[in-house]
Design a protein around this ligand. Structure first.
Ligand code: DQA
Length: 146
């Protein structure tokens, strides 16, 4: 079972970026932990990050043709703005879990709306970087259940 982990804008700065909100783990550490969790569950996870909306759209399209079974995505700020990323997920109909490190609902009102949530298989919000591991678990279980 092939999974794709997509991290969106500014998540390459994890560890440096607002550590009180996002913690001290780096993106590389987060990606390793998510891949290890996938492997533990018998799946294979490929991590990928971009700061560019169109690149994320194209990565989602490619996932579809590569036979990826499901996606874990933290679209960062694009969560709250990107109809294009939503449409890419809808177009490919790939099951996905939306992750946010912080509890977006306890933050500014502009973070309360997600263009992705209504189509997500599940959402993990506010558990820090542990959310990625939880999302992988949930996604593999969902995909295994058919
Ligand atoms: C985030 C929350 C977003 O509002 C923010 O723009 C991010 C990170 C999170 O993981 O908590 O970049 O998605």
């Amino acid at each position: 079972m092939k999974l794709l982990l997509i991290n969106g804008p500014n998540l390459n700065l994890l560890g440096l970026r607002e550590p009180a909100t996002y913690g001290h783990a780096t993106l590389a550490e987060v990606e390793r932990a998510a891949a290890a969790e996938a492997a533990r569950m018998g799946a294979e996870l490929a991590p990928w990050q971009s700061n560019h909306e169109g690149a994320i759209v194209e990565r989602i399209h490619a996932a579809h043709t590569e036979g990826v079974a499901g996606i874990v995505i933290n679209a960062g700020a694009y969560t709250h703005t990107s109809i294009a990323i939503r449409d890419a997920l809808a177009a490919t109909a790939l099951p996905f879990v939306e992750v946010h490190i912080s509890n977006v609902h306890a933050r500014e009102p502009f973070r309360h709306r997600s263009y992705l949530s209504a189509m997500a298989a599940g959402i993990v919000v506010g558990f820090g970087v542990d959310g990625y591991r939880l999302a992988v678990q949930g996604l593999v279980r969902r995909l295994s259940a058919g």
